[in-house]
Design a protein around this ligand. Structure first.
Ligand SMILES: Nc1nc2c(ncn2[C@@H]2O[C@H](COP(=O)(O)OP(=O)(O)OP(=O)(O)O)[C@@H](O)[C@H]2O)c(=O)[nH]1
Ligand SMILES: [Mg+2]
Ligand SMILES: [Zn+2]
Length: 363
């Protein structure tokens, strides 16, 4: 069952003038705005200014948690609200499976920051964190690394964690917190201003739902113990947008392990800006950064300024971003276009039927 949510004003849900303009751009002036908080087997919970409503799926409109949608109460005005449109997303954290034929999933839409939650007792490797950060940059939101459960490690161990995270993600803020002791929570305040939306991502068992509960001031979401081998138990099985104290919204997500960066070329470049900058100083523009004379990347490794492991990682992620064949990319683009067209056609059909029903019978 969806969580019982108090009715919030549109601005508390993140509505602003630009969203209002996007809604006004829709053909129907009587559309009702709402924000998708959860999706269960085709039924979405949408938060409107009058409270939460349940909305049935409409073919061709693939909703994501965090989406702003336009609802209509046509044709009768008294039945359940019907999904009419998804307002264009400002940004979205997307996930693509390694299967090239698979569809892209939007994990969280219209988020301001992505909090990558990494527990000190967890199993998130630096290599894995790189993927998370690349996808977070690609989403258009600001990535932030949150190292949790600091109460379970010594200060020296926590320092090591911070150093490892900083090396992986230069330019990304790193915060150390403990949901058990409350340490460091105040550092998250800037991301949680009224009207802001953050997504919590990370491995199962990292403590995402525990953190949401703490921020929400109550047991809103289920949490689960970590197994003896340090792995989580996949306690959270759906994504959910939860309003928290202070006026922000948090999207909790199930732990994710396999992350493909095949569609995140820009995000990967952003994670490795240090290497990309160095590569710009190599003597040969087509330098492979292996044995060439005047290679600035190898020089940085020799000088101890860049780890060789990071270069390997950069190559690996780059090769994945170029692995998607043009045909597959084209298929994805066509799929998105088809979705849009189907949704539009479905809506005009529904309107034509309504008009027929409303018009007087022929005499
Ligand atoms: N000691 C300690 N334990 C914590 C902390 N935060 C979370 N935990 C525990 O870690 C376990 C996993 O927490 P969850 O919040 O369920 O983890 P999750 O990231 O939501 O996991 P999934 O829903 O499976 O993705 C629970 O037993 C929590 O009580 C913390 O700061 N310190
Ligand atoms: Mg959880
Ligand atoms: Zn080079």
């Amino acid at each position: 069952m969806p969580t019982a949510l108090p009715a919030l004003s549109l601005s508390e849900l993140g509505w602003d003038d630009d969203w209002a303009a996007a809604l006004a751009g829709q053909s129907d002036p009587d559309l009702i705005p709402g924000r998708v908080s959860r999706i269960d087997r085709g039924i979405s919970t949408v938060l409107t200014a009058d409270g939460a409503v349940r909305v049935a799926a409409v073919a061709g409109l693939r909703l994501a948690v965090g989406d702003w949608v336009a609802l209509t109460d046509e044709p009768t005005g008294s039945g359940p609200l019907v999904l009419a449109a998804i307002l264009p997303r400002r940004c979205a954290f997307r996930r693509v499976s390694d299967d090239p034929a698979a569809r892209e999933q939007v994990v969280a839409a219209n988020i301001d920051s992505v909090l990558l939650v990494d527990a000190v007792d967890g199993q998130l490797s630096a290599r894995h964190l790189e993927r998370y950060v690349a996808l977070a940059w690609q989403s258009g939101a600001t990535p932030v690394i949150v190292i949790t459960k600091s109460d379970l490690a010594s200060p020296a161990e926590v320092d090591q964690f911070v150093a490892a995270a900083t090396e992986v993600a230069s330019g990304v803020a790193v915060h150390i917190i403990s949901a058990a002791t409350g340490q460091g929570l105040e550092q998250l305040a800037p991301y949680l201003a009224p009207g802001r939306t953050v997504a919590l991502l990370g491995l199962s068992g990292a403590g995402k739902s525990t953190l949401v509960n703490l921020l929400a001031g109550g047991q809103v979401l289920a949490t689960g113990a970590v197994r003896g081998d340090g792995k989580g138990r996949h306690t959270t099985t759906y994504r959910e947008l939860v309003p928290i104290m202070g006026g922000a919204m948090v999207i909790d997500t199930p732990g994710m392990r396999a992350l493909s960066v095949s569609t995140a070329a820009d995000g990967v470049a952003q994670v490795f800006t240090d290497i990309e900058d160095l590569a710009g100083h190599c003597r040969f523009p087509d330098c492979s950064h292996t044995t060439e004379q005047g290679c600035a990347v190898q020089a940085a490794i020799d000088a101890g300024e860049l780890s060789a492991v990071r270069l390997v990682s950069w190559r690996q992620l780059l090769s994945e971003t170029t692995a998607e064949s043009p045909q597959v990319t084209r298929r994805r683009v066509l799929e998105r276009k088809r979705e849009k067209a189907t949704a539009k056609a479905g809506r005009s059909r529904a309107r034509a039927t309504e008009r027929k029903l409303a018009s007087p019978p022929p005499t």
